[in-house]
Design a protein around this ligand. Structure first.
Ligand code: HEM
Length: 338
């Protein structure tokens, strides 16, 4: 099977104990970027909050249903103006990607409300072992501003089953968090995983060869164009329409996304992913993602893939504290998968 974890990730993949030792390693090693000093939740309490909302299925705590595909990343020459990093400086590199529905429910129908925002994650397999992981969602902001607020939302969701009295906990949460209510109401549902724009949401700090820093958010624009379903069309779709369509599409030819960095202007919030930066901000092309095949062993790929999108690389570091915290929650979820 083609390697899909870097040596570092592979060492961590050995199971719960290994995932635990990653947390220890992250806690003990000198920080390469600022931890979220505001966060009261721990990686474990956050994963438990996800289980409270979606159930514990011994699978990914969220974005559980999905499909793994493979391809390559080709850097764009313009990337160097923003970032000095081997991944953006060299030749095309292989990558493994996973498209997923949102909720932490393994058999969620693709046309369910909780399928959106869909996810797009990938790992560029770097020649030097420093794999470059990215995760994006099909919505240009996050439902809340902080790691802790997400746990509050998840627990409110869990307490709002069909028998809960009104106003339910989640209704109360949404009444006091209008941006979260707007997020839920404005979700879109793609016709194909290949026909949605995906957003990195959490800001990163890029540094170029001249030492100039910029804050960026990733954006992935589908070459095939965007196409979203009306509520009626979504209802008429099958419960597996997204998973099966992408497999069929790849038989016809590659699926391509253009990868851009949206560059923050003075005053744009770096540490609040619930606020999208204006569309008028400068976009710099970082490269192209070309997806063209399925893995040799899709089931093994599903089980073993771990993405660490907050990992620092030369010229690239997490700037939004939520991204740092997310990075600590993902290995916990991996350790609980069976
Ligand atoms: C506080 C905020 C968040 C928390 C606690 C969180 C937590 C998690 C966890 C526990 C998983 C399962 C990991 C695994 O088993 O490998 C996951 C998967 C994922 N998350 Fe997040 N997440 C957060 C925010 C975000 C944001 C803002 C994005 C997008 C920009 C995102 C995109 C994804 C994607 C695409 C996956 C699926 C990865 C895969 O295919 O394996 N998450 N998240």
């Amino acid at each position: 099977m083609r390697p899909i974890l870097s040596p570092f990730h592979r060492a961590m993949r050995a199971g719960k104990a290994a995932a635990g030792s990653l947390i220890v390693a992250l806690a003990l090693s000198p920080p390469t970027y600022a931890a979220d000093t505001r966060a009261k939740e721990t990686p474990l309490s956050m994963v438990n909050a996800l289980h409270t909302a979606f159930g514990d299925h011994h699978a990914r705590a969220v974005h559980t249903k999905g499909v793994v595909v493979e391809g390559r990343f080709t850097p764009a020459p313009e990337a160097k103006s923003l970032v000095d990093s081997p991944v953006f400086n060299g030749a095309p590199l292989p990558l493994v990607a996973r498209f997923s529905l949102f909720a932490g429910v393994p058999d969620l129908p693709d046309n369910a409300d909780a399928a959106s925002p869909a996810g797009f994650a990938f790992k560029i397999i770097a020649a030097d072992g420093d794999d470059f992981d990215v995760e994006a969602n099909q919505h240009n902001n996050f439902i809340v501003a902080t790691f802790d607020e997400f746990a509050v939302f998840l627990r409110a969701l869990a307490a709002s089953g069909p028998d809960a009295a009104h106003p339910t906990a989640v209704e109360q949460f949404l009444a006091s968090h209008p941006k979260a209510a707007q997020f839920l109401a404005s979700r879109t549902y793609p016709d194909s995983y290949a026909q949605a724009t995906y957003f990195g949401i959490n800001a990163l700090k890029f540094t170029n060869a001249k030492g100039q820093a910029s804050f960026v958010r990733y954006r992935f624009v589908p070459r095939a164009g965007e196409r979203y379903l009306t509520p009626e069309a979504r209802k008429a779709k099958s419960g597996d329409y997204l998973q099966t369509e992408i497999v069929e599409r790849l038989k016809q030819g590659p699926v391509v996304f253009d990868w851009y960095a949206q560059v923050a202007a003075a005053g744009d919030k770096i540490d609040d992913p619930s606020v999208a930066w204006p569309d008028s901000r400068r976009m710099v092309k970082l490269g192209e993602i070309t997806l063209n095949r399925l893995p040799d062993d899709p089931e093994a790929a599903q089980k073993t893939l771990l993405f660490l999108p907050g990992q620092a690389h030369p010229g690239v570091e997490a700037a939004d504290p939520m991204l740092v915290m997310r990075n600590t929650a993902y290995p916990i979820s991996l350790g609980q998968r069976q």
